[in-house]
Design a binder for this molecule. Structure first.
Ligand code: FEO
Length: 394
């Protein structure tokens, strides 16, 4: 990423990672990502907000050179994860005068992860301000917009919220600002679903915390800058709300077609009732897409054959992931086929223990589904419709 001006004496000095396709060895990045870092020059002091992934050191240093910066007084660390913190040691070596400014929790993690000496730190607390002369940074603790130590910085005079992972999107783009809103919202929803959904209550709290700020722009640490901030803030309000939609998500796997027949039948039965269905064949599915669907859905139905005396490992993984993401689904069910027995129901129920959802009666079929088995799927679809009606969403 070339060094570019976000505003007067505010420079984007981060890096674009066009090729990266996996994050945390878990999260698919179909559109790459960026590691945004920002340099703010005040009349008296200069601050660098975050660094970049360890793989992008050269870009960061080149951009800093191109910005003309000679001295960095403060290096602000919003988050200890290495995609933002990984080059802190490099910056502290290049600019030994810089104080590393962060909150106590983040300091503790940075000491553990990067072995940064205690003497380099200047700790701040929620609401503290730091003057750069004619510019003022206000620190706002925004926990769980990934990890518990994450925080944001509000540049008061310009009304810019530097939000780190919060409001970010894994999207490699040559544009500084959001141009294609649909593309960015898709990337932002994917990111919310994958790392923030489990902490929905905390995210809601953070939205409350920033609501009275006069935010003109949101500059996250991944993806384009939001110059129309209400767009992404409203999307977050919707995702974190208690409202669910008339949607059923069906992660499924089938070995010889019996479970697939059940899935296809249930899809049709639900569609006939005007319920939106989002099936995910787990042998080919992008788990990020699955996570996104779980943001809004009222119901999840896991479909699996019985293999090795239990759920298919792909279905067990989907259940485990769903449980870890803690979506706001209200209902969960299990369907599938078996040959001679097994512990599939107990396994999947156990794997979904975090969900605050009503578990509906499972539909387990011996062998390939017969007419009477398909009738049970009709009843399940009727029950889902009735439950959704009770919620007032259809
Ligand atoms: Fe972008 Fe949680 O790091």
């Amino acid at each position: 990423m070339a060094c570019r001006e976000l505003g007067t004496n505010i420079f984007c000095v981060g890096a674009i990672d066009w090729d990266r396709r996996l994050f945390d060895e878990l999260i698919p990045l179909p559109q790459g990502t960026s590691y945004n870092a920002y340099l703010i020059k005040g009349s008296e002091k200069t601050a660098l907000l975050d660094t970049v992934d360890p793989s992008k050191t050269a870009e960061l240093l080149e951009n800093l050179d191109n910005s003309g910066v000679k001295t960095i007084d403060y290096l602000i660390a919003h988050h200890a994860e290495q995609d933002h913190s990984g080059n802190i040691p490099t910056i502290l070596e290049r600019f030994p005068e810089a104080k590393l400014v962060t909150n106590p929790k983040c300091k503790s993690l940075l000491v553990d992860l990067l072995h940064i000496p205690e003497v380099k730190f200047q700790t701040i607390n929620d609401g503290d301000k730091l003057s750069l002369g004619d510019r003022t940074l206000q620190f706002i603790l925004t926990p769980w917009v990934h990890w518990p130590e994450t925080m944001s910085t509000y540049l008061e005079e310009e009304g810019i919220l530097f939000s780190c992972d919060f409001f970010g999107s894994h999207l490699a783009s040559s544009e500084i600002f959001v141009k294609d809103a649909a593309l960015v919202i898709n990337g932002a929803k994917r990111y919310y679903a994958e790392i923030m959904m489990p902490f929905r209550a905390a995210i809601k709290g953070n939205l409350e915390k920033i609501k009275n700020l006069n935010i003109r722009m949101i500059a996250p640490s991944h993806g384009p800058v939001h110059d129309k901030p209400e767009f992404i803030v409203n999307a977050y309000r919707e995702w974190t709300s208690d409202e669910v939609k008339n949607q059923v998500v069906i992660p499924f796997v089938s070995m010889h077609g019996s479970t697939r027949r059940m899935v296809d039948y249930l899809i049709e039965a639900l569609m006939e009732k005007d319920i939106q269905v989002e099936p995910f064949n787990l042998t080919v599915a992008d788990v990020g897409e699955l996570a996104m669907s779980l943001v809004d859905a009222a119901t999840v139905v896991i479909a699996t054959p019985t293999v090795l005396a239990g759920a298919h490992p792909s279905a067990a993984y989907a259940a485990f992931l769903t449980n870890a993401l803690r979506p706001k689904v209200k209902f969960a069910a299990l369907i599938g086929s078996y040959g001679w027995g097994g512990k599939t129901v107990e396994q999947i129920k156990g794997l979904l223990a975090n969900l605050q959802a009503e578990i509906l009666e499972p539909v387990l079929v011996k062998g390939h589904p017969k007419d009477e088995d398909l009738e049970k799927l009709d009843k399940l679809a009727d029950l889902i419709l009735s439950k959704h009606k009770d919620l007032g969403i259809c």
